[in-house]
Design a protein around this ligand. Structure first.
Ligand code: SF4
Length: 348
């Protein structure tokens, strides 16, 4: 019998619909994410993420620029949700995460969201990849419930900044197949300065532990080599050691083990308001990135994904293009298949 994602069973039993109701209640007053703005989004009020009820689909495409086991050969069915619960000065997606125009858009209905997932599946995507979903979980889940009833059977990837509430995550237990969180900082003051958030480090660390509890760190794969269940933690190497990666690696080693799949991201470049921040106003250097790679190896991480520094020239979405944010989605394909832009420091 073909593999089916566990959310199919939850959808059939009515459990997904019940969880949607519980999650919607968490938005009134809103504590869907660790900000706990306590605004009533059902009454049209907005908190830091800028959205009342509902999810906005800013872009949806088959994307080849994710980790190899996420993109595979046919791409990841990536859905970029508008709005965000962080306020990063260097946000690569600022026009959809923090832009005023985004907030004025009409939220997508559950059936629109479901159709988007199904359309991506029809394009051959290996998975459905929710990008920045933390503030729209109830409405994205309602779409998943409808899509599951229509036969969607791809793994669900939850691709977030890591600033997720454990309470919300617990309601995704058995729903999310693959967690793909960032761990951006190890110092609360830096998180406050660069992402406008209090308590990021504590919240993200608790979230990652909960994610690992749900899906484990011993990743499982389908016959085509794409991931079906598990977790990948992304560490973006910022210039001038602003991300505090040594401390984040220490936390990951101690709590989740050195077999954890980590992606060491070289792609930082100054964008959005970063040009005005002296320490962020240049790309990460080759030397800075290389030191992080060597550090991870010395600490025993044997399942790391390492990029070439040229990654700074790729993976740059342009959301003015509409739902297809990459000028040529297929342009990612050769880099992961025939050019060694990504090195897999995989055990064994
Ligand atoms: S989801 Fe938005 S409104 Fe709700 S707590 Fe988070 S930032 Fe605030």
């Amino acid at each position: 019998m073909n593999w089916l994602p566990p959310y199919r069973t939850l959808a059939q039993s009515g459990e997904l619909a019940e969880r949607v109701k519980v999650l919607q209640a968490l938005a009134s007053p809103c504590r869907l994410c660790p900000r706990a703005c306590n605004v009533d989004r059902h009454e049209g009020r907005t908190g830091t993420c800028g959205l009342p009820c509902g999810a906005i689909i800013a872009a949806a495409t088959v994307h080849f620029g994710e980790e190899p086991e996420i993109s595979g050969t046919h791409g990841s069915g990536t859905v970029f949700f508008g709005g965000c619960n962080l306020r990063c000065v260097y946000c690569q997606n600022e026009s959809i995460s923090q832009g005023a125009a985004m907030r004025l858009q009409t939220p997508a209905s559950a059936s629109d969201i479901a159709e988007t997932f199904i359309e991506l599946a029809g394009r051959g995507a290996h998975n459905i990849n929710w990008v920045t979903p933390s503030h729209v979980v109830p409405w994205a889940l309602a779409g998943l419930d409808l899509a599951a009833a229509k036969g969607l059977s791809l793994p669900l990837v939850f691709n977030s900044s890591g600033y997720d509430s454990v309470e919300t995550l617990k309601l995704l237990d058995g729903v999310v197949d693959v967690y793909l969180p960032d761990l951006r900082y190890s110092d609360e003051e830096t998180a406050r300065d660069l992402s406008g958030v209090d308590g990021y480090v504590a919240a993200a660390r608790a979230a990652l532990v909960e994610m690992a509890r749900q899906v484990g760190t011993d990743n499982q794969f389908g016959p085509d080599g794409t991931i079906r269940r598990g977790m990948i933690v992304r560490l973006l190497v910022l210039p001038n050691d602003l991300a505090g990666i040594r401390e984040s690696l220490s936390f990951l080693r101690d709590e989740l083990g050195t077999g954890l799949r980590i992606a060491l991201m070289a792609q930082y470049f100054p964008t959005a308001r970063a040009a005005g921040e002296i320490l962020l106003s240049r790309p990460t250097s080759v030397g800075e990135y290389q030191r992080v790679v060597e550090l991870a190896e010395r600490m025993g991480f044997d399942n790391a994904l390492v990029q070439e520094i040229e990654a700074q020239d790729f993976y740059r979405p342009d959301f003015d293009r509409g739902r297809e944010p990459f000028a040529d989605a297929d342009s990612f394909r050769p880099r992961t298949e025939s050019v060694p832009a990504v090195h897999d420091r995989h055990r064994g």
